[in-house]
Design a protein around this ligand. Structure first.
Ligand code: DLL
Length: 431
């Protein structure tokens, strides 16, 4: 545990103010924040005297990041940037985050710190089952795990059989995966010719998608391991924004690096500790892409009181939902509007559609139901299948998920009196 993790709250507040001011100085170097901050009379960091003054700064939203694409939020010379990560967006415009080597080093420190909090050490063998690429889960966790000195297996996601083989051959003791993938893997162990006794697994770190305490316990029981919650978002670098320690009583949000607010989702005023609201975060440790008061859309609450582990960063509860309609399907973020845009561009598709998300076994399944002209049904079955494949392929190219497509005759899908209900998420049923 590093000193910064056990700092008393007063010293932490002083550090936050110092770092927030620095973040404002950085932000003022970007065209986006220059305009934003000057609009509310903030011309230099000296206009912030106390942490309270932070509330003068307007919120930043995902739409703002999209508008600033590609360089509106860049605060350093392009030559100083060494990495970028991006996530797909509702309109096809991605949001992009740049990092300098300094920024990556700070993120790596946080990841190493998070892994230590969850009880990992240098004698562990760490298999990272998060996707390597533009998604932050792969590389983000990778460097932190290396820094900690674990043997890192960069397995990336998918290919369950290979995951088992790696786990067995190299004696993997810790994995990071989505909770749904942990459950999915369990069901395949025997079928793929393995048994739990082949593995030395001790813990799973799970995140990137919402899951209940019941799911955690289920994974713990099935594998006889410890499971810890891992939270983050690409706008705040990625993983290691908040992580559970071995007490398993909520996630420490690393407050020396992120300024934390929880606000009422309607009034946007702060809520008292313990009450659920929208998590708003400012990153205090990044120089290439500053983001201040970002509305994460994630709903959570602060857990009052101190943690027995001795870390002084406050803890947040597991995420209980989102304020927007973003769906998280097997860890991949999808907005219903992305699906609508793609299918509605296809002339064969009618006016009504529905998006169904359900559990198939332990994984999420996306079904897109669309109405099509009646003539298609009188055609050859091969034409129907070809159309289904075309729709699926167009969607897959945009949202990276392979959906099942169901075609319906006009008027067959339900129509609502008021607002259309386009999304039926059947996963919310109790497990
Ligand atoms: O999911 C970063 C990440 C990678 C986190 C690996 C943890 C582990 P995004 O793709 O930008 O980034 O998605 C961020 O996913 O706003 C939440 O809605 C959701 N999310 C992430 N972790 C959790 C979690 C990565 N532990 C969005 N519990 C966030 C619930 C989570 N939801």
């Amino acid at each position: 545990m590093t000193d910064i993790e056990t700092m008393d709250r007063e010293a932490l507040a002083a550090l936050q103010l110092l770092r927030f001011k620095r973040a404002v100085t950085t932000a003022l170097k970007t065209p986006f924040y220059k305009k934003r901050l000057q609009g509310v009379g903030i011309r230099s960091a000296e206009d912030l005297k106390t942490l309270e003054d932070i509330r003068k700064i307007p919120y930043t939203t995902k739409e703002d990041l999209r508008e600033a694409y590609p360089y509106g939020l860049l605060a350093v010379d392009k030559d100083d940037v060494v990495r970028m990560h991006a996530s797909s967006g509702t309109t096809g415009t991605p949001t992009v985050i740049y990092q300098t080597q300094h920024d990556l080093d700070r993120w790596t420190d946080l990841t190493a710190r998070s892994l230590v909090a969850a009880g990992c050490g240098r004698s562990d063998v760490f298999q990272n089952m998060m996707t390597y690429g533009l998604f932050t889960g792969g590389l983000g966790l990778h460097y932190g795990a290396e820094k900690l000195g674990m043997l890192v297996i960069p397995a990336s996601s998918g290919n369950t059989k290979r995951q088992f083989q790696l786990m067995k051959d190299f004696g993997t003791t810790v994995v990071h995966a989505t909770p749904s993938y942990m459950l999915h893997m369990y069901n395949r162990i025997e079928e793929m010719g393995y048994s739990l006794n082949d593995f030395k697994l001790k813990k799973a770190l799970v995140g990137a998608e919402p899951h209940s305490e019941e799911i955690r316990q289920k994974i713990e029981k099935l594998y006889t391991i410890d499971v810890y919650n891992s939270y983050g978002l690409s706008e705040m670098n990625g993983p290691s924004v908040a992580f559970e320690c071995t007490e398993k009583k909520g996630m420490h949000l690393w407050e020396d690096s992120y300024y934390l607010e929880i606000v009422d989702k309607h009034s946007l005023e702060p809520v008292p500790d313990g009450e659920t609201g929208e998590l708003v975060l400012s990153i205090l440790i990044r120089t290439a892409t500053p983001i201040l008061r970002y509305r994460t859309r994630d709903l959570t609450s602060i857990i009052p009181g101190k943690c027995a582990c001795g870390r002084t960063s406050r803890r947040i509860n597991r995420i209980v939902g989102r304020t927007d309609d973003m769906l998280i399907i097997n860890g991949v973020n999808v907005f219903p509007s992305q699906i609508e845009e793609i299918i509605m561009k296809m002339t064969e598709v009618g006016t009504n559609y529905r998006i169904i998300v359900k559990k198939e076994g332990v994984l999420d399944k996306l079904i897109v139901q669309t109405e099509v002209g009646p003539s298609i049904f009188s055609d050859d079955a091969r034409d129907i299948n070809a159309l289904k494949n075309r729709i699926a392929e167009n969607l897959r190219a945009s949202i990276t998920i392979n959906p099942a497509i169901e075609l319906h005759e006009p008027g067959m899908l339900p129509v609502q009196q008021g607002k259309a209900i386009r999304v039926v998420d059947e996963r919310r049923k109790p497990v």
